[in-house]
Design a binder for this molecule. Structure first.
Ligand code: ATP
Length: 314
């Protein structure tokens, strides 16, 4: 009866609209709250063994979030809309993945990378102060909301996040962004986010992946040796301050990595560099490799065209 009651509560409250995206274990849909008329995102997670516990953890972590760059959550429904599905009601992000958004123009600048990196680092710094590690920083979990006058980065997917006071061992979900300790099955924590942020920054600055190689074995070996470089073809124009920050995030020894607060006060973040233009074709290829079907197939809009509204994404 409680089950039916939950399902009824859910149906009375939300009108489900179209599917926005699919993750490994979940479907995210747009929906409307009948009472308030506010649009929300419903993350519906299939209940596997122990999955209810995982969804509850994700919800409780999110319920305490109050940062403009972190997705908010409003409610959790067990076994709703159907038995075997749990639904987290989330603030709707009205926009695409950050990388997809950046790829809409033929070029972007190092300054743009700095603006978004600052937002990502500030979200992570806030989380880390609360002793939470995200542990799944990758392009699919960094969105941009276009509903206000300037784009706002939104960090999503707290399904892997943990309270850092306990040390946990996680299988690497996404090898390209995984740190050596994650690959080795050693305890992970804030320093795991520092590394992933370093990879994220490297990719944004160059459009290429620092450790990716021809096979998983070779990629793993590169990560474990912290074997990467700044090829001239991609980094010639990029400021020494930006590269210095990447270097400090991608340190093999976790305790030697820059924290988010150190990164936010780094020379790159606090001084002005000459404006460097980065062509978006490499980042586009990067995203096409990860999502062969998700990128718009139309030619990129010229830099001076009307900005896309979020409506074109949802
Ligand atoms: P993963 O396989 O990456 O672990 P997941 O099953 O945990 O995925 P999420 O990453 O939370 O699911 O969501 C899947 C996708 O749905 C995201 O990549 C993003 O594109 C989209 N998404 C997530 N949350 C929202 C939101 N609040 N508003 C709009 N879209 C969202």
């Amino acid at each position: 009866d409680t089950l039916r009651w939950q399902q009824e509560q859910f149906r009375n409250r939300y009108i489900e609209l179209e599917e926005i995206s699919r993750g490994r274990f979940s479907v995210v849909r747009r929906a409307k709250d009948r009472g308030t008329n506010v649009e929300v995102a419903l993350k519906q997670v299939t209940r596997r063994r122990q999955a209810q516990h995982i969804t509850q953890c994700e919800y409780s972590l999110l319920a305490g979030m109050q940062h403009v760059n972190i997705i908010r959550s409003m409610a959790l429904f067990d076994n709703a809309p159907l038995p075997g599905l749990d639904t987290i009601v989330l603030e709707l992000v009205r926009g695409p993945l950050l990388f997809t958004f950046i790829c809409e123009h033929d070029e972007y600048t190092e300054d743009t990378v700095k603006t978004y990196s600052r937002q990502l680092m500030s979200a992570l710094s806030w989380l880390h102060q609360k002793d939470i590690s995200h542990l799944d920083i990758k392009p699919e979990n960094v969105m941009v909301d276009l509903s206000s006058s300037s784009p706002v980065l939104k960090l999503v997917d707290f399904g892997d996040s943990v309270n850092t006071s306990k040390s946990v061992i996680l299988p690497p979900a996404c090898l390209e962004f995984a740190s050596p300790e994650l690959v080795l099955g050693q305890p992970v924590g804030k320093h795991t986010d520092y590394w992933a942020t370093g990879v994220f920054l490297y990719v944004l600055l160059s459009g290429v992946s620092p450790f990716l190689d021809d096979s998983m074995e070779e990629t793993t070996a590169n990560i474990l040796k912290c074997d990467y470089c700044f090829p001239d073809d991609y980094f010639r124009e990029i400021s020494v301050e930006a590269k210095d920050l990447v270097r400090k995030l991608l340190a093999l020894v976790p305790s030697q990595r820059n924290s988010m607060d150190q990164s936010l006060t780094s020379a790159w973040m606090t001084t002005e560099q000459k404006s460097v233009v980065i062509p978006s074709n490499r980042l586009k290829t990067f995203m096409l490799r990860r999502h062969p079907i998700n990128l718009p197939t139309t030619p990129t809009s010229p830099a001076n065209s009307e900005p896309n509204t979020y409506k074109s994404y949802i």
